[in-house]
Design a protein around this ligand. Structure first.
Ligand code: FUL
Length: 490
């Protein structure tokens, strides 16, 4: 694993104190740490609305309308894989209540459709294809159900939990369960056709519902407006705030306790510095104007350049990107969407394929002078190895000597988040004609901070200055990258 000199240095340092710094603030769980490594996932909005042209079905749709003519889970997942997606979350049931799997809880499902003569199971096919292509699989199960006659009564909560159990039992490993905040209003409700409102804070008894996820899929992260593992970022445009904290204390609309669908949304974009929960944000956004496929939006897929911009504003700020790509009435992703995805994925892969800082000479003060905490850990591509300083050294500099002129336009920093989110501000200088010159600065870092410079930077030395940090910083990566021209990705 280690180069010979580094291994020797490690041995030499073995009798120096190795005590890691104390952690700072709320910390991520193991399941959150795994989720942080995913960074870009796909959302599939595919259901009755695909066939009716709606975004929110009323719940009275005839199940026979669900009839994809050429559904091909492998084709869908292959396109997502080419787009660099590491996971996929499927709308197993949207607000109209139609279930994409043959549930035992209602007749309003694929069982009653003409697709595969009523013997199909979209959840099974997508989950299996995901596994074949190395993507993790997650489920979206809308709490609001405009079809169910029981909605609004305690019996519906039992039914909802039974649906959740089916999804978490019959489809293998689930990486994320997505609980939507939209809840209650007009609906068909088994023919009642009325408005039903529920108390968003109490109706679902969320802690007990989440317990089902914990017991059936202990590795899965739970997403909602209030976590507990992953929070909504508070907008559906795909970005986190420029200064972004993984820590968060959600506050209800009235300033009291928060619940899914009852939260001060805007605060999700920033999070809460010194918040009591580690609850990173997921930035959900559709590649098209709507969440579901509509023919009239076929020419409106976001361009690769727009997707790249969203990537920098979500993943690049320490959150993650959840990009919706809705299958069409054939049961395939539409060609424009696939082309944008492929170019986006190719571009991101090519950008980060070569770390131009690899092998650079790194100079910085390090903790107890123990090589375990050496700044070389910043360029070793190992997230578990990190650089840190003595407790008293809170605003250190790191100098990276490249030994040759290097041209880059992207800088990637990662904190060693197992010790919490620590850094509050930093600056970057390049060596230019015998002097340091500032070329970029930013605030929070967290699991990933990407800086994209307006113009490429050419230099032989780069300096990172931590300018604000309440404790000693702990970083695992300081990388330099060069974007290729986007138009070379066909
Ligand atoms: C929202 C829903 O109302 C939309 O239809 C969509 O599913 C989006 C991801 O979440 O709350």
């Amino acid at each position: 694993m280690f180069t010979a000199p580094f291994a020797a240095a490690l041995a030499a340092g073995s009798n120096r104190p190795r005590r890691a710094p104390a952690h700072y603030g709320a910390l991520p769980s193991e399941r959150q740490l795994r989720w942080h490594e995913m960074e870009v996932c796909a959302f599939l909005h595919f259901s009755m609305n695909t066939f009716t042209g709606k975004e929110w079905g009323y719940g009275d749709e005839d199940p026979s309308l669900f009839y994809p003519t050429a559904f091909d889970a492998d084709a869908i997942v292959t396109a997502l894989h080419a787009g660099g997606m590491r996971g996929v979350i499927l709308t197993c049931k949207h607000h109209d209540g139609f279930c994409l799997w043959p549930t035992r809880t209602t007749e309003h499902s694929v069982k009653r459709s003409r697709w595969r003569d009523g013997r199909g199971d979209v959840v099974k096919e997508i989950s299996e294809a995901a596994r074949r292509y190395g993507l993790k699989f997650g489920v979206y199960l809308s709490p609001w159900d405009r079809n169910s006659a029981l909605y609004g009564t305690p019996a519906y909560v039992d039914l909802y939990r039974a649906q959740l159990r089916e999804l978490l039992t019959n489809y293998g490993h689930i990486f994320e369960v997505w609980f939507d905040g939209a809840n209650g209003g007009d609906g068909y409700y088994g023919g009642a056709r009325e408005k039903r409102l529920i108390d968003k804070r109490t109706y679902y008894d969320w802690p007990r519902t989440w317990d089902i996820v914990r017991s059936l899929q202990p590795d899965a992260v739970i997403f909602s407006d209030v976590g507990p593992d992953i929070r909504w970022v508070g907008n559906e445009s795909g970005y986190a705030a420029e200064t972004y904290w993984a820590t968060y204390d959600p506050v209800g609309e009235d300033g009291g306790p928060a619940a899914p669908g009852y939260v001060r949304e805007k605060e999700g974009e920033t999070g809460t510095r010194h918040g009591s929960h580690w609850m990173p944000a997921e930035c959900d956004v559709s590649i098209r104007p709507g969440w579901f496929w509509h023919a009239e939006e076929n020419a409106k897929a976001k361009t690769p350049a727009q997707l790249v911009d969203l990537y920098y504003k979500s993943t690049g700020r320490g959150a993650s990107l959840l990009l919706n790509v809705p299958p069409d009435r054939r049961g395939l992703l539409y060609e424009n969407d696939v082309a944008s995805l492929r170019r986006f994925g190719g571009f991101v892969r090519a950008t980060f394929a070569t770390n131009l800082a690899a092998g650079a000479k790194m100079t910085a003060p390090f903790r107890h002078n123990n090589p375990v905490f050496d700044p070389r850990n910043l360029v070793d591509e190992d997230r578990r190895a990190y650089w840190t300083t003595d407790d008293s050294v809170k605003t250190p500099d790191v100098v990276m000597e490249l030994n040759r002129p290097v041209t880059f336009n992207v800088i990637r920093l990662r904190e060693y988040i197992r010790l919490g989110q620590r850094v509050e501000a930093f600056e970057l200088d390049r060596w230019d004609s015998g002097a340091w010159e500032l070329f970029a600065k930013a605030t929070s870092v967290g699991s990933c901070r990407l800086i994209r410079t307006a113009e490429p930077v050419t230099t032989t030395k780069v300096r990172l200055r931590i300018t604000q940090c309440p404790v000693c910083p702990a970083l695992s990566e300081f990388g330099l990258y060069r974007e290729p021209p986007l138009d070379t990705f066909a």
